[in-house]
Design a protein around this ligand. Structure first.
Ligand code: UDX
Ligand code: ADP
Length: 454
């Protein structure tokens, strides 16, 4: 029996290993993490991450061929293939602060593998990494003189949170990069054989290791670029009486452009987009490609400006003062169907509203615990799981996450319990603006002229 170890039981490692275990009953899959609470949660029916369909995927394999453990050294000794899926946040200190990836967790893992491995092992980079990280990894892993042999592969994850199980079940593609040497190619094939148990061979793409590392950054940069592009047009639409959703629909029907990732909103968030673009920018600067770096950096800047513009619109609509006004925040997660708030636009937007001395009541079906951490120490904010209660007495509702739950509410009843005049800022353009206006709301969609009674 083959053994696979994954170091890092987070949003990527957990779901990915559960899918491998499910599809390969003859492979033993161990998921290791230094965080004992996290491991305990994976062993319970209250998983540490919220992801539709994940518990149903984990339950039948757990204890059979899927194991969660804090004993990483033992896992390393046993494993034929080791996935590394630890966090690689943006550096907050020193050279490259605010741009480069912080590789300290990665390096620790590499040294741990080196200290404990007893046989030839394939080491797979699963976390998103700057291009040429594999080179540093190879230097560490080969620093002992070559026995046992380590083969390093890059196998970036393209799953999106909220749809992780679906994305893993039927990926658009699986990308595996490896060295062009004979042993490199053997390792690539060994990993391809694992995925081939459920992914059609033509969707398993093999490349050299640098192409694979770079493709992950580029995929996220291109997706984020589309969102920044449509959000820039939202700003123009608001002053020209065009409607951004109509524009998106019209251009999206051009098959060369395509319909996806054209939804204007409050700006993109999540653990990948900003981090990966800044990473790309940093690498470009390293190679003195300053024009290229500026080009991609503007995608992130646009996102920042867009969030600031959203707040400015709230302030100016509400007579240029928010002081003492109660504002209900509908949604704190960076998107629907996840409790994840990493880089969520809600963080910056709420902080800005608090600076204007608004009183915030934050409501979210899955992200309130994370929201409390993100806004720790901020004065003037309370948390309320029930959006109807959050809205009671409020001067404004601000929709920041596209949860289906917010669509199903009785807005006529909510409006009756609010301070008047009542405002609604739909940062996700997901509600029926005309109907809300008829109820009596002053409605401000993104990228559309407001519908007001004032
Ligand atoms: C992303 C990539 O999609 C995935 O392939 C990669 O592996 C990790 O990063 P994720 O961060 O989970 O996944 O979320 P995604 O669905 O891509 O959304 C990112 C952000 O963009 C969210 O804040 C979302 O609300 C926003 N978004 C997305 C829009 O504002 N408009 C859109 O049209 C699409
Ligand atoms: P991602 O979204 O990339 O999956 P997460 O932050 O959700 O990132 O998960 C990364 C996980 O890696 C965390 O649970 C963290 O505890 C774990 N981790 C970090 N460093 C180590 C290490 N040296 N050994 C084992 N696990 C680690």
């Amino acid at each position: 029996m083959k053994t696979i170890l994954c170091i890092g039981a987070g949003y990527v490692g957990g779901p990915t290993m559960a899918m491998i275990a499910r599809k390969c009953p003859d492979i033993k899959v161990i998921v290791g993490d230094i965080n004992a609470n996290r491991i305990q949660a994976w062993q319970s029916d209250r998983l540490p991450i919220f992801e539709p369909g994940l518990l149903e995927l984990v339950q039948p394999c757990r204890g059979k061929n899927l194991f969660f453990s804090t004993d990483i050294a033992a896992g390393i000794r046993e494993a034929d293939i080791i996935f590394v899926s630890v966090n690689t946040p943006t550096k907050t200190f020193g050279e490259g602060a605010g741009m480069a990836a912080d590789l300290q967790y990665w390096e620790k893992v590499a040294r741990e593998i080196l200290a404990n491995a007893t046989k030839d092992t394939i080491v797979v980079e699963k976390s998103t990494l700057p291009v040429r990280t594999a080179e540093a990894m190879a230097r560490i892993l080969h620093s002992h003189g070559g026995k046992p042999h380590f083969e390093i592969l890059s196998n970036p994850e393209f799953l999106a949170e909220g749809t992780a199980v679906k994305d893993l079940e039927a990926p658009d593609r699986v990308l595996i990069g490896g060295a062009t040497t004979a042993s490199g190619q053997r390792a690539v094939q060994a990993l391809a054989d694992v995925y081939a148990r459920w992914v059609p061979r033509e969707r398993i793409l093999t490349t050299n290791i640098w192409s694979s590392e770079l493709s992950k950054l580029v995929a996220n940069a291109f997706l984020a670029q589309r969102i920044s592009s449509i959000n820039s047009i939202a700003a123009l639409a608001e002053v020209t009486e065009a409607e951004v959703d109509e524009v998106a629909r019209a251009i999206g029907m051009d098959s060369r452009i395509g319909a996806k990732f054209l939804k204007a909103g409050v700006g993109f968030g999540g653990s990948c987009f900003q981090k990966d673009i800044l990473n790309l920018v940093y690498i470009c600067r390293h190679y003195h490609l300053n024009g290229v770096a500026d080009y991609w950096e503007q995608v992130v800047r646009m996102n920042e400006q867009h969030k600031a513009r959203f707040v400015n619109r709230i302030v100016s609509a509400m007579f240029n003062t928010l002081a003492g006004k109660r504002i209900a925040i509908f949604g704190f997660a960076f998107k629907a169907d996840t409790g994840d708030t990493r880089e969520s636009p809600a963080i910056g937007i709420c902080r800005r509203l608090l600076e204007e001395h608004a009183e915030l009541v934050v409501s979210d079906p899955a992200a309130l615990d994370n929201a409390k951490t993100d806004l720790r120490g901020a004065a003037g904010v309370t948390f309320e799981p029930d959006p109807v209660k959050a809205a009671a007495g409020a001067h404004a509702l601000v929709v920041l996450t596209d949860w289906a739950e917010f669509k199903a509410l009785d807005y006529a009843a909510i409006h009756r319990d609010m301070a008047q005049p009542a405002f609604l800022f739909d940062g996700r353009n997901m509600l029926d603006h005309q109907a809300l206006h008829t109820i009596g709301f002053n409605v401000y969609p993104v990228g559309k002229p407001p519908l007001t009674h004032l």
